[in-house]
Design a protein around this ligand. Structure first.
Ligand code: G1P
Ligand code: ZN
Length: 543
């Protein structure tokens, strides 16, 4: 086996976004494109000599060839070991766990998360650091710098490594260890949750549907929910990972997991419905007739986490991304623990988790997790819910209603305007930024602006400053609107509009979320000039 050095010129636009480098699959399939990025990661971390890495992905189209390329580059850069999920599969939280348990120098996770997969869909690569979490901003900046000055990459000329069976093989000077993707993750879950109590719950007739959305959590959910916890066979549906996720969006929300939502709102609903995304880090929780927003889920989990053995001593703090509703802040306040508001993206939780300042973290985009790994974790959230349901012996709806009565309710909705031209999206955002100082006191569609700012975050651990993290507008009467541009899209710009209205008295009888938020929606549409800049006021997706 020989090491080849391939001379190349830099590719434009290899800047990692909210969650790694995400592009159209065909972009990644261009000669040298993936290799250039992977070599840049090695260059940014001071080379691969003597280092060990975890490698795996969500099984989407191009997962397997991409893994072979990464293995060849790792070996040629002097890495001594690669731990790879069998058949190239690893959920993002399981990869994070393997990095931590094996104390590797980091890991490559191949996924475009909840984006569709296939040759004409999306692909992505994330590099996670030795703490198991997404590369922090400083590292992604160094990676991006490296992509702009790269002159070539090193790769081992060798046959493909067999990833189909568990065991060890050699690739040049590197050991490739193929592992069962589920085993270590299941063992970790057993340390956190009362598996016996959950077994008794299922044995007592509790019913559930878990929609794996043809993505990576299928094997995990089958092994954990059905084989270990005794949920009925068939509880996990769409359980076989497919390269194009059955042609759908593997995104666990009421839009893309509509069949599950429909079931949960019907007379045939089981006690619990849940779903996860392409790479297994997101989750959706829905009770019989009761959808739980991710923001509320974080708050309810924070209020009840002590019922699970792994959290019986309480939480150090709760962190949420800025656009996430403030429901979890109310819980933290009552528990007398810290709450943190960070920019969008899991990487911003890493320092808080490493420093032991936060135990639970969550995002409105269906991400919830804890300090057990350094990624959000879909199945973990489902298991914590199951543990709480087993301990309280109440339905999801009852727990949620009691929560709103105790803490008040944060009505919440996100509106996404997709594939907007970059110029129009920028014009809308810069238009609001230029008027931020003048907004307080102005009235839009009958609502008065109280405050407005552009969110910046000073990391309390390393003191780094992250600016331009979204626009916040507060209205008289308890409403908040947030505007920001997506950092994960692969086509044009996506404008996200987040609406939130707090009601201390809890639910308003007879009004659904859309009705409650309508005045706020009208106000911000007018304020930002959606009709003028985007040419429409109706979003593509409402979650
Ligand atoms: C989106 C979500 C964000 C999440 C990220 C990765 O990022 O909004 O909460 O961390 O996907 O899953 P965005 O496209 O908004 O930048
Ligand atoms: Zn994901």
């Amino acid at each position: 086996m020989t090491i080849k050095t391939v001379k190349i010129a830099p590719f434009d636009g290899q800047k990692p976004g909210t969650s790694g480098l995400r592009k159209k699959t065909r972009v990644f399939m261009q000669d040298h494109y993936l290799a250039a990025f992977v070599q840049s990661v090695f260059d940014a971390i001071g080379g691969g000599e003597g280092k060990r890495f975890v490698v795996g992905g969500d099984g989407r189209f191009f997962n397997r060839p991409a893994i072979q390329t990464i293995l060849g580059i790792a070996a040629a850069n002097g890495a001594t070991e690669a731990i790879v999920g069998q058949n190239g599969l690893l959920s993002t939280p399981a990869a994070s766990n393997l990095i931590r348990q094996n104390r590797t120098d980091g890991g490559f996770i191949l996924s475009a998360s909840h984006n569709p997969g296939g040759i004409d869909a999306d692909f992505g690569v994330k590099f996670n650091a030795a703490n198991g979490g997404p590369a922090p901003e400083g590292l992604t900046a160094r990676i991006y710098d490296a992509t702009r000055s790269i002159e070539g990459y090193r790769i081992l000329a060798a046959d493909d490594v067999d990833l189909g069976s568990v065991g060890e093989s050699r690739l040049g000077g590197m050991t490739v260890r193929v592992v069962d993707p589920v085993a270590d993750y299941l063992a970790l879950m057993e340390t956190l949750f009362d598996f016996d109590a959950i077994r008794r719950l299922f044995a007592g007739g509790f019913t559930m549907r878990f929609d794996a959305m043809h993505a990576v959590t299928g094997p995990y959910a089958r092994a954990i929910l059905e084989a270990s916890l005794g949920a009925a066979a068939g509880t996990v549906v769409n359980a076989v990972p497919s390269e194009d996720f059955g042609g759908g969006h593997p995104d666990p929300n009421p839009i893309w997991a509509k069949p599950l939502m429909d079931l949960m709102m019907s007379d045939e609903a089981p006690d619990l419905g849940a779903a996860s995304d392409g790479d297994g880090d997101r989750n959706m929780i829905v009770g019989r007739g009761a959808y739980v927003t991710p923001s509320d889920s974080l708050a309810i989990l924070a209020a009840n986490a002590h019922l699970a053995p792994g959290y019986k001593n309480g939480l150090a703090g709760v962190a949420r991304s800025m656009p996430t509703s403030a429901a979890s802040d109310k819980v933290a306040e009552k528990l007398g623990i810290a709450s943190f508001e960070t920019p969008t993206g899991w990487k911003f939780f890493g320092n808080l988790l490493d420093a032991g300042r936060a135990t639970l973290c969550g995002e409105e985009s269906a991400g919830t997790g804890s300090d057990h790994v350094r990624e959000k974790d879909g199945l973990w959230a489902v298991l914590l819910w199951l543990n709480i349901l087993a301990a309280r012996g109440q339905s999801v709806a009852r727990i949620q209603n009691a929560h709103w009565t105790e803490f008040g309710r944060n009505y919440y909705s996100r509106h996404d305007f997709e594939a907007v031209s970059q110029a129009h999206a920028n014009a809308l955002v810069t238009g609001v930024i230029s008027r931020l100082d003048a907004l307080p006191g102005q009235v839009f569609a009958g609502m008065t602006v109280e405050r407005a700012d552009e969110f910046a975050y000073r990391d309390p651990i390393d003191n780094s400053l992250s600016e331009h993290q979204g626009l916040r507008i507060w209205f008289a009467g308890g409403g908040r609107a947030v505007l920001r541009l997506s950092g994960t899209g692969t086509e044009g710009a996506t404008i996200r509009l987040y609406l939130e209205l707090y009601r201390a008295e809890g639910s308003i009888p007879g009004q659904d979320t859309a009705e409650v938020l309508e005045p706020l929606r009208q106000a911000v549409l007018e304020l930002a000039g959606f009709a003028r800049h985007v040419g429409r006021v109706d979003p593509d997706v409402i979650t």
